[in-house]
Design a protein around this ligand. Sequence first.
Ligand code: ASP
Length: 331
Amino acid sequence: MRAAFLPVLWTLLAAAPAAIASDGDEPMIAIAIHGGAGVISRASMSPENERAYRADLERALDAGYGILEQGGSSLDAIVTAVKILEDSPYFNAGKGAVFSHSGINELDAAIMDGATQKAGAVAGVKHVRNPIELARMVMERTPHVLLAGEGAEEFALEQGVTLVPGSYFHTERRWKQLEEAQRQDRVADATRDTDYFGTVGAVARDRHGNLAAATSTGGMTNKRWGRIGDSPIIGAGTYADNATCAVSATGSGEYFIRAVVAHEICARVRLSGVSAAAAARDVVHGRLKEIGGDGGVIVVDRDGALALEFNTEGMFRAARDSRGRREVAIY
Ligand code: ASP
């Protein structure tokens, strides 16, 4: 009797850990990030540059994924990833942001929590090292959604976030781009000009099924009059709803605002039952393109499925999930 029982017991014990670790039993975790879309030609990108971009994307992706893997929240994961890209000089957010007409950096950022539908955003801040952190504080510590300019900086001071002199954001490459745009007397953007890309964003699903989205940018080179793009506008460049999906966008901001791109994608999922990937494809190549908008989006849906869609030559992007997907791509 005992001899007959043992093999059965061993079989059960041997099978148990495998069953617990198997993908089917683990809740899906997933993260996607972008570092801007636009005219990114292989010819204009040196191998060293490409390596540097990829390395920072990978670092941001893995840091965000690591948080999800340890059971952390989607909000913590996307803020961690976006901060790394804000601190990198290669992207148009935080350090390395583009210059406005008056030769300064004016930064916009937004975050949205898909579980609570709460959101926070800042626009036109000039001394906040990590605008995404401040956007999160607007969401969590004020009754408001969007703070702009001096008021946002006053709030930053009160909250004790890291403030830096304007010179911190300066990079030679972006300064040259401003000079060139001013010589041509126009606003330059990533979707029409080579090498102007770099807005950053992240979306994630954590193991509790909570979705979140974040976007951070310096906007457009040579922008003036306090111009604000789509990134800090909830529904345009950033949106998250646990019931449907989370979206972060990059591209010609004015068009993303007019097509309310991020919300449009989630609304299509909610109202017509299409997949988030199909909705993203239709909006980016259909509605947005029809009105003249260029750029792309990253999307995670309620089940953790990721979509990375763009109608430009390239989009710096990376994705990772608990089914083993891990990719970094540019073109
Ligand atoms: N969407 C950003 C803006 O219009 C720019 C970009 O994504 O490149 O401010």
